[in-house]
Design a protein around this ligand. Structure first.
Ligand code: ADP
Ligand code: F6P
Length: 323
């Protein structure tokens, strides 16, 4: 096992609250072990361009409470090419980097797998508000995003209540309904629509609104994951079919920002520490996971090939308690 002397840390793909806390933990754990730590700017683009700087323990002061990522993030099409990955490997050789911590989602882990195959040991840390990474029960940023969505929908509820309206709200999640499910439960949504579960708008939304209106409900919240389709169209359809005035709202990127919650700061700190320990022990091509209440790790290839089953039981529970 060759000794790890210098590592790099980068954030990649969509940002998530808590990424800064993870970077802080990576930098400080590495330095405490006598390992140099380079911050790589703009994800894999920084690795390709050699845009990296050696970080000190004080470079990560005052960031644990900040959303976003001080290292910036990017999507790098060039990195997916032979030319791009060769340039990235060269940067590692030039700087003497013999380990990388990649904080991001599935796409970023595919990149980490490619780098590991080229002899640069990589460890992934799951960072995405979508919570859609199969090997882990939790991804950094999810709790903050859920709380942001909840706060905003609570506000929408006030105006929906005053006007006796239906509020159709889009939360983020192009391919994943976890944010919609959890925040939908927390706001007491009448219906939750997600890409993972087939629905019938007349049965699952219109009939539900009619039934709850019959038992005295006067305002309605429908939470829709981004990947499902247009909230404008759904709101129009609800209004046409029920006669209840309806409004559509897209929460958008506000859900990706803000100061991370306790859960995200703690999880990011623990995962950052664990990732550097793995590298120092000679591990490569692993992703840090949170499973059954514990931080653990899995092979990236296996993790990417697993499917995360959607929590249908919870989805059904949400449907029952919203009558
Ligand atoms: P996320 O990590 O949030 O899923 P993306 O899918 O946008 O975000 O991926 C982030 C970056 O990871 C991409 O811009 C690219 O540089 C790298 N990446 C994504 N998919 C692959 C792949 N199949 N092979 C190599 N690198 C990839
Ligand atoms: O993966 C995180 C996420 O916020 C998804 O929920 C959303 O669909 C997507 O990123 C939006 O990405 P962009 O930054 O390209 O708007």
């Amino acid at each position: 096992m060759s000794k790890v002397t210098a590592i790099g840390v980068l954030t990649s793909g969509g940002d998530a609250p808590g990424m800064n806390a993870a970077v802080r933990a990576v930098v400080r754990t590495a330095i405490s072990m006598g390992i140099k730590c380079y911050g790589i700017r703009r994800g894999y683009n920084g690795l390709i361009e050699g845009d990296a700087f050696e970080m000190s323990v004080r470079d990560v002061s005052d960031i644990i409470q900040r959303g976003g990522t001080l290292l910036y993030t990017a999507r790098s099409p060039l990195f997916k090419t032979e030319e791009g990955i060769n340039m990235a490997v060269n940067t590692c050789h030039n700087l003497g980097i013999n380990g990388i911590v990649v904080i991001g989602g599935d796409g970023s882990f595919r990149g980490a797998m490619d780098l590991s195959k080229r002899g640069i040991p990589c460890i992934g840390i799951p960072g995405t508000i979508d919570n859609d990474i199969s090997s882990t029960d939790y991804t950094i940023g999810f709790d903050t995003a859920m709380n942001t969505a909840m706060d905003m929908v609570d506000k929408l509820r006030d105006t929906a209540q005053s006007h006796e309206r239906c509020s159709v709200v889009e939360v983020m999640g192009r391919h994943a309904g976890w944010l919609a499910l959890e925040s939908g439960i927390a706001v007491g949504a009448t219906a939750i629509l997600v890409p993972e579960v087939q629905f019938d708008i007349d049965r699952d939304v219109i009939a539900k609104i009619n039934a709850t209106q019959h038992s005295g409900k006067k305002n309605f919240i429908i939470v829709v994951a981004e990947g499902v389709g247009s909230v404008e169209k759904i709101a129009k359809y609800v209004e046409e079919k029920t006669g209840i005035e309806s409004r559509a709202t897209i929460l958008g990127h506000v859900q990706r920002g803000g100061s991370p919650t306790v859960r995200d700061r703690e999880m990011a700190s623990s995962m950052g520490y664990y990732a550097v320990k793995l590298l120092s022990e000679g591990a490569s091509n692993r992703v840090v996971c949170y499973r059954n209440g514990k931080i653990t790790d899995a092979d990236i290839f296996e993790a990417l090939n697993m499917k995360k089953p959607f929590d249908i039981a919870k989805y059904e529970m949400a449907n029952i308690i919203s009558i």
